[in-house]
Design a binder for this molecule. Sequence first.
Ligand code: ADP
Ligand code: MG
Length: 240
Amino acid sequence: GVDTETILQTRDLRKEFGGLTATDDIDFGIDEGELRCLIGPNGAGKSTFVKLLTGRLEPTDGSIYYDGSEITTLPSHERVTRGISIKFQVPSIYPNLTVRENIRIPLQTVADPANFEERTHELLERFHLAETGDEMASTLSHGQQQRLEIAMAMSLEPNLMLLDEPVAGLSVEETSEIADLLTTINEEDGVAFIVIEHDIDFVESIADQVTVLHQGEIFTEGSIADIRNDPDVRRIYLGE
Ligand code: ADP
Ligand code: MG
């Protein structure tokens, strides 16, 4: 239809750690199929915000709505079942299993046994991991490990992916490969994304709309071009 549907919305989402307010009553929403980047200086509250969305942290106050229902206190694994995929800075692959075995772990929770092997093969092919299928995940390059994690996430057929600094520590080539992968998944599979990222050039290569967090609050939102040229954003984020 012509209407865009909100896939995720927060209301007054707040997280305090002792006397420190990490997220300060955040009202944030994204539409189905949207690719949004979340930027902001260190300590802005980006990782905390995403951990509230995943259920890894419980909010002090406020609510989270996903796909029409409230999920504020829903356990993480149930959010995953409902289509929220989570990827953190620290890779969550199993280093002592082969690449193929890694793919099978999430896949076996959802795939029909009749097409299990076929789905495994498709995922290995799609994410350019077929040649490394029998290798230990620990032997993969950093970029290959990132692709393996994305493949594992995609095996669950998510509607929304949350990525915290997916290209931190990657080379220029690996970064552009991840940018291509994310935009392809967004466009071809219609998966919505919230991507936390420091690298403003990477942000520009993937996102149209950007939300800037600062001191636990939404500082501003807009197109990447507007954000880049906003003198207040340059002051707080780019240190100018
Ligand atoms: P960002 O990801 O934008 O760099 P974070 O969400 O990690 O910011 O942190 C926001 C603020 O909350 C920071 O001041 C940080 O020190 C604090 N903080 C984050 N996690 C914790 C925690 N588990 N305990 C106490 N303070 C925390
Ligand atoms: Mg962070």
